[in-house]
Design a protein around this ligand. Structure first.
Ligand code: SF4
Length: 437
């Protein structure tokens, strides 16, 4: 069908999706497809279904791309794709190939079959390309370590779409990191790996391995300058992990960034969400992390407007976040996803109005901005290992500090991809500034 098949891709939602997109891009390039963002023949979307908004955004992108180029072949995979396939919801969407999560690993062969593409020679120059990925081009690579979830939180559709937990073996993860940093098949210079999982708690349950063993091995047998986590789920931060972190926090290669999705600070709402912890447990764990390293950035996800969330319940969440060591939060407004427990609970539990949801979301977002600004101010005068990304602009270059905070460091030459020790000297309009020491 095509002499030189060109493709582009994008992903929605979580960092696991981003990690999968990176792998898909590499597989496509490895199979001879040419990555071309401007005029692709095939466009691949790795979709998300965690909120109605994420699903809507994927649908809007498909419609927009098809409007711009009716000849473009749309391939959609991921969670929305699985949901649409299962519930027959895609008939009105101009999709040429829909691939469920379970068949994702066969993406390349399914594309070749669907569009009658014969074997194409591999574009050698493409193998050297970092691609368009915003993380890849900065040398930060998402590495998926686990898929699936067993928790079935009452609002969440993910376990239905991604299935039971499956972990990658540590050896396999190490191998892919070494391949990425070595010379074959894609010699992308990697400066940071971001370990991503749907639920870190489930990592190793099926293989007898553990997160601590994984971190240990990555630090010992690879020379990757920095290792971080996309998210660490609340159940993974147990006594053993806290003990381990006391030592780990002193390792300059480990990034002191904890994205711990807690979803609510009200015990009543946590119970309704089936989160299986109370806010006091979380607070204790986060306080310990902060005590070990006061400069660790702790972030979270919060859902507002969950079923039966009264003004008093919301106030409880607000006060919890205000006084906890969490420095930054992403706020989501609850929307019931089909087939989840919450979808059925709506019959007996009152859902806050959209006006209430908007007001609560706004209040928490404002609190987050305030807390994050305070945390940024605390960085002034500190030193950190920083990974340089982007380009030099007006004598400064962007660099990511050891706790994942972005800063602008004085330099006349590009240090892109390099790690340097820096001192933060000032803060203006949310921008940290500093110099190399
Ligand atoms: S832990 Fe809960 S919110 Fe996270 S993926 Fe599993 S079911 Fe969904």
């Amino acid at each position: 069908m095509y002499n030189n098949p060109k493709f582009a891709s994008s992903s929605f939602g979580c960092r696991v999706n981003e990690a999968e997109k990176v792998v898909m891009d590499k597989q496509m390039i490895g199979a001879g497809f040419f990555q071309d963002l401007k005029s692709p023949d095939i466009y691949i979307i790795n979709s998300c279904a965690v909120t109605a908004k994420a699903e809507r955004e994927a649908r809007q992108l498909i419609l927009k791309l098809k409007r711009q180029n009716p000849e473009l072949k749309m391939v959609v995979t991921g969670c929305s794709a699985t949901h649409w396939l299962r519930n027959n919801l895609w008939k009105d969407i101009p999709i040429d190939l829909l691939i469920s999560n379970i068949d994702k690993e066969f993406l390349v062969s399914l594309i070749k079959k669907r569009f009658s593409i014969q074997s194409v020679p591999v574009q050698l120059d493409q193998l050297n390309e970092a691609g368009s990925d915003k993380f890849l081009s900065s040398g930060r690579v998402m590495v998926k370590i686990q898929d699936g979830c067993h928790r079935f939180c009452s609002y969440c559709i993910v376990p239905y779409l991604r299935g039971e937990p499956r972990s990658r073996r540590i050896n396999d993860i190490i191998e892919s990191i070494k391949v990425g940093t070595g010379s074959k098949p894609v010699p992308t210079p990697m400066h940071e790996i971001i370990l991503t999982a749907i639920n870190t708690e489930a990592f190793g349950h099926d293989s007898g391995e553990s997160l601590i063993q994984l971190i240990d091995r990555v630090l010992k047998v690879t020379n990757i300058p920095r290792i971080s986590f996309g998210s660490i789920h609340p159940w993974s931060i147990n006594e053993e992990f806290i003990e381990y972190y006391k030592v780990l926090s002193r390792n300059p290669r480990f990034s002191n960034f904890f994205h711990v999705p807690i979803q609510s600070g009200s015990n009543k709402i946590l119970r309704l969400m089936k989160r299986d912890y109370v806010k006091e447990d979380i607070l204790e764990k986060l306080n310990q992390i902060q005590k070990i390293n006061p400069f660790a950035l702790i972030a979270t996800d919060i859902i507002v407007g969950y079923l039966d969330e009264s003004a008093k319940d919301f106030q409880e969440t607000y006060s919890f976040l205000e006084s906890s060591p969490i420095n930054k939060f992403h706020v989501f407004r609850f929307s019931a996803r089909q087939n989840t427990a919450a979808y059925y609970q709506r019959k007996r539990l009152k859902e806050p109005s959209s006006t209430e949801k908007i007001a609560r979301s706004k209040a928490l977002s404002e609190l987050s901005i305030k807390k994050y600004q305070r945390f940024l101010a605390k960085q002034v005068g500190t030193t950190s290992q920083a990974l340089f990304i982007g380009e030099v602009k007006a004598g400064f270059q962007k660099a990511i500090l050891n706790n994942q905070i972005l800063s602008w460091i004085k330099t006349d030459v590009s240090l892109r991809g390099k790690m340097k020790r820096v001192k933060i000297t000032g803060l203006s309009r949310n921008n940290l500034k500093g110099h190399i020491i």
